[in-house]
Ligand binder design. Structure first.
Ligand code: MN3
Length: 203
């Protein structure tokens, strides 16, 4: 059997203090080095369990391990997108093909933003802007944990982590101010490139 590849945590694409004051150096350090690293380790460990169980022909703990793969795997993938879709030079509004599609699918940028903020205020995990390749349209999706409420086949374009570890140290219970802070550093260039990649595949 070939050697299994292990998931790895990439460094942040900017310094730990680069998103201040939207996100403090302390929170970004904990969030990336401890929380995100934990999901990478959890994914690796769950995959090791599945491999050992197959070798032993004993699947008694495999269902739990498969659940650990989706929880930690989605945690790993969404955090990677979250770091990339923020930038110290971010903010503003989308442009190009993504801006046109937001207007077509949500009526206006304000219509999209109000809906995304509603998802971010209510979700127990993430607010996502996704591309749905079946309906060929953008959708906002509130996700609990990392994988509960996902829409099958959809591709995340923009991810906002609203777990309490994402903002409580900086904002206390004021999640709304954290969401405002996110929009000051949102990296629309990254979202635009994700949108172009996925629409080239499906349209
Ligand atoms: Mn998180």
């Amino acid at each position: 059997m070939s050697e299994r590849s292990h998931p790895e945590l990439d460094p942040l694409p900017y310094d730990y203090d680069a998103l201040e004051p939207s996100i403090s150096e302390q929170v970004l350090t904990w969030h990336h080095d401890t929380h995100h690293q934990g999901y990478v380790n959890g994914l690796d460990s769950a995959e090791a369990t599945l491999e050992e169980n197959r070798a032993a022909g004993d699947f008694s703990s495999s269902a739990g391990a498969m659940g650990d793969v989706t929880h930690n795997g989605c945690g790993h993938y969404l955090h990677t997108l979250f770091w990339e879709n923020m930038s110290p030079n971010g903010g503003g509004e989308p442009s190009g093909a993504l801006a046109d599609r937001i207007e077509a699918d949500f009526g206006s940028y304000e219509g999209w933003k109000g809906e995304f903020e509603a998802a971010a205020s209510a979700a127990g995990g993430w607010a996502l802007l996704v591309y749905d390749p079946v309906a060929k349209q953008l959708r906002n999706v509130p996700v609990d944990k990392h994988d509960q409420g996902a829409l099958w086949g959809s591709h995340p374009i923009l991810a906002l982590d609203v777990w309490e570890h994402s903002y409580y140290y900086d904002y206390g219970p004021d999640r709304g101010s954290f969401i405002d802070g996110f929009f000051d550093v949102v990296n629309w260039e990254k979202a635009e490139s994700e949108f172009e990649t996925v629409t080239e595949l499906f349209e």
